[in-house]
Design a protein around this ligand. Structure first.
Ligand code: ADP
Length: 393
C-alpha cells in the first residue's frame, strides 16, 4: 500500500508514524518511537489497534544518540513488508521568517534551515538530521518539512515585533510562535465539531512539557505566547516562560555565568522542575504533597490565567477556550483551576464533563465554550505531506 512516513526527531526520542494513503484518505497504520536515547533506549511500535509490533530494549551504549536511534528505527521500518513509501514528512520546529507553509526539501532549503539552529537549539539540529540521512539513503523519496512556526507567519505585524530597533526585526529577531502544527490540527477539529465557535475568537492552550497558547480569529493565528524562541510565554516542564531579560543580564554580568550555563538553566533546569525542585512532570507534582510542588502548580495555573487575559485582549473578547496536549488533555484538575480563573470571562465549567474529559466541558449557560481536543501533530504532517506530493488530492 502507498504510505507516508512521519518523523518527529527530538533530543531524547525519535517518534515515527506510518499512514496509508488511499484515495483521499490517510489511515494511521503504525505508531512508534525510540525513547530513552542515551539512557534506557527502547524501540516500540504498535499497529492501529494498539497491538504491539516490536518492543526492543537496548544498552545505552548501543543507542547513545539520535543517529543510532535513527539506525535502529530505520532498520525495523525497512524490514516491514507491504508498504510503498511515497514520501517522508518531517516536523521541523523553525521555518524562520521565510517559510509560512510546508515545503518540499532540497539541499538549498536544508542549508537554509540549518541556519535557524541557533533559534531552536533543542530541536532544529535533531529535526534536520533524519532528513540528511534519508536524502543520502534514498534521494528519490520526496521529503517535506512541516514547520511549527508556519501557522503564525501571517499573524499581524503588531504581534510579530519586539520594541527593538527595526534592524533587528529585519535580521530575523521576531516573535515567531511555535506549536503551529498542533494549533492547525486542533483548530481544524474545532471547525469540524463546533463550526460556529471556530469562526469566532478562540484561545487554544497547548499544555504539554512544552506549553503555549494561541489566539485565533476564524482559525487564523493572531497572537501567541511564544516568541523568538520556544522559551517565552507560559512556564513549562523545564523552561521558565516569560522572563525579564534583565534576569539574563544579571546572570551573565553580575554572577559571571557563561552563556552556555545560562542556556542550560533556561532550557533544562527552570520551569516546573526548577520551581518545584522535584520534577518537570505535572503528574509527579499532582501526586506530591510537598508544598514546593503545590506552589509550582499554583504558579503554572496563575501564568496560564494571566496569558488567557492577554490573548483575550488581543482578540477583543473570547468565544471559546480549547485545551490540548499532555496536561491539557489529561489533567482535569488543571483545566478546572484554569477555567475557574477565567470565570470573569463568563467561563462556567461542567465538572462532570471535565472529569470525563468530554469534548465540550462548559455548561450550557457558560458565556465562553470550553473544549478538550486531543492534538495530532503527526496526522497534520501526514496531511500536509500528502497534499504536497499528490496535489490532485
Ligand atoms: P510533549 O511536549 O513532550 O509532546 P506532551 O504533550 O506529551 O509533551 O505532555 C507531556 C506532559 O503532560 C507530561 O510531562 C506531564 O506533565 C503531562 N501529563 C501527561 N499525562 C498527564 C496526566 N494524566 N495528568 C497530568 N499531567 C499529565
Amino acid at each position: 500500500m502507498d504510505a507516508i512516513l512521519v518523523l518527529n526527531a527530538g533530543s531524547s526520542s525519535l517518534k515515527f508514524q506510518i499512514f496509508a494513503a488511499s484515495g483521499q484518505e490517510l489511515t494511521r497504520q503504525i505508531k512508534g518511537q525510540v525513547d530513552g536515547i542515551g539512557q534506557r533506549p527502547r524501540l516500540r511500535a504498535f499497529d492501529a489497534g494498539r497491538k504491539p509490533l516490536v518492543d526492543l530494549a537496548f544498552q545505552k551504549e548501543e543507542v547513545p544518540d539520535l543517529p543510532s536511534a535513527i539506525d535502529k528505527a530505520g532498520a525495523w521500518l525497512q524490514s516491514l513488508e507491504g508498504f510503498h513509501l511515497m514520501a517522508i514528512g518531517h516536523r521541523v520546529v523553525h521555518g524562520g521568517p521565510d517559510y509560512a507553509a510546508p515545503t518540499v526539501i532540497d539541499q538549498p532549503l536544508l542549508d537554509k534551515l540549518a541556519t535557524y539552529a541557533e533559534l531552536a537549539p533543542l530541536h532544529q539540529p535533531n529535526n534536520l538530521l533524519p532528513i540528511r540521512l534519508a536524502m543520502g539513503i534514498n534521494p528519490a523519496v520526496p521529503q517535506i518539512a512541516c514547520f511549527d512556526t508556519a501557522f503564525h507567519r501571517h499573524h499581524p505585524a503588531l504581534a510579530d515585533c519586539y520594541a527593538l530597533p527595526l534592524a533587528l526585526h529585519q535580521e530575523g529577531v521576531r516573535r515567531y510562535g511555535f506549536h503551529g502544527l498542533s494549533y492547525e490540527y486542533v483548530s481544524e477539529r474545532l471547525r469540524e465539531t463546533f463550526p460556529d465557535r471556530a469562526a469566532g475568537r478562540v484561545i487554544i492552550a497547548h499544555l504539554g512539557s512544552g506549553a503555549s497558547m494561541c489566539a485565533l480569529l476564524n482559525g487564523q493565528s493572531m497572537e501567541s505566547t511564544m516568541g523568538f524562541t520556544a522559551l517565552d510565554g507560559l512556564p513549562m516542564g523545564t523552561r521558565p516562560g516569560q522572563l525579564d531579560p534583565g534576569v539574563v543580564l544579571h546572570l551573565i554580568m553580575q554572577k559571571g555565568m557563561p552563556a552556555e550555563a545560562v542556556s542550560k538553566l533556561l532550557y533544562h533546569e527552570a520551569g516546573l522542575k526548577g520551581l518545584s525542585g522535584i520534577s518537570n512532570d505535572m503528574r509527579d507534582l499532582l501526586e506530591s504533597d510537598d508544598p514546593r510542588a503545590t506552589f509550582a502548580i499554583d504558579h503554572f495555573v496563575y501564568r496560564c490565567a494571566l496569558n488567557i487575559g492577554a490573548l483575550t485582549a488581543a482578540l477583543g473578547g473570547l468565544d471559546a477556550l480549547v485545551f490540548t496536549a499532555g496536561i491539557g488533555e489529561n489533567a482535569p484538575e488543571l483545566r478546572h483551576r484554569i477555567t475557574d480563573r477565567a470565570a470573569w470571562l463568563g467561563a462556567k465549567l461542567d465538572t462532570a464533563a471535565n472529569d470525563a474529559g468530554a469534548p465540550l466541558i462548559s455548561t450550557p449557560g457558560s458565556r465562553i465554550s470550553l473544549h478538550v481536543i486531543p492534538t495530532d501533530e503527526e496526522l497534520m504532517i501526514a496531511r500536509h505531506t500528502f497534499r504536497l506530493i499528490a496535489p490532485a488530492h
